[in-house]
Design a protein around this ligand. Sequence first.
Ligand code: C2E
Ligand code: CA
Ligand code: CA
Ligand code: CA
Length: 279
Amino acid sequence: TKNKGRNGFSFFQPSMNIIAQNQRQLINDLWMAQDNGELRLFYQPKFRAPDGPVVGFEALLRWQHPQRGLLTPDVFLPLAEKTGLIISIGNWVINEACRQLRVWHLQGNTRWSVAVNLSALQFEQTGLVETVIKALSTHQIPAELLTLEVTETTAMRDPDESIRILTQLTELGVKASIDDFGTGYSSLLYLKRLPASELKIDRAFVKELQEQTEDATIVSAIVALAQTLNLKVVAEGVETPEQQQFLTSLGCNTLQGYLLGRPLAADKVPELADFFTAD
Ligand code: C2E
Ligand code: CA
Ligand code: CA
Ligand code: CA
């Protein structure tokens, strides 16, 4: 068409420039976000199957951007990873989760645990163990109340190295969880040697659980594998009572999802907990 220009690409250039400019601006903002106190952790409850009590929370990162509002990780995490900012942001997340754990601990919720997500870069960074030790000791948190979630893909990138890092961490008493399980390619020999205490079944399998019997078979197989390896199974993305019931009957120990609880700001969490721990 007429708009296309001589080389056939010029039509797209203006909008591509806008996108690039937009991303550059966002990267600039992200550099300041931490110092400006714009990062937040939201907490999504994890329930003992089928419907409680609350056993802990997963910390999920948010960015309260001054102009763009509350941003979810899909908008800025790729930028944080590309620029290496994820290291300092990730260190902030670990410390902040421990600070919050301490607050809840002092309020009497002494059994709650918090799980923190680690990106690949952060997992492989040399200072991780020191960061965890410092956060636990600063906030006087028993190590077993902190769980570190690493995706299956990250854990299997360099399995021997992952075993080494996770061994150092779990020797502190911290727990390890293999996230998004079923989407990567695990070597079962390595999985057996990973000092993890749980597998989290990826939401993709939970989503189609009703329609495709294949997914039900996969979930059963993961549960059987986990039981053999002495790991607990968490199902994430539980949105319907049917999924809740089915996943429980398949043997999942812990459930997480919008049906039971959305990610909440820290100050909204105690209300929810009062509701679920009335026994
Ligand atoms: P993830 O670790 O797999 O976390 C689960 C994601 O699914 C969260 O999205 C959560 O809000 C969402 N979710 C939970 N229940 C449901 C449900 O029932 N239905 C649906 N449709 N979604 C549900 P969120 O908070 O946007 O986080 C996305 C991803 O960003 C996380 O996936 C994790 O990989 C990453 N992430 C979040 N916080 C951090 C962090 O502090 N550090 C690092 N490195 N990554 C993080
Ligand atoms: Ca996770
Ligand atoms: Ca996950
Ligand atoms: Ca995921």
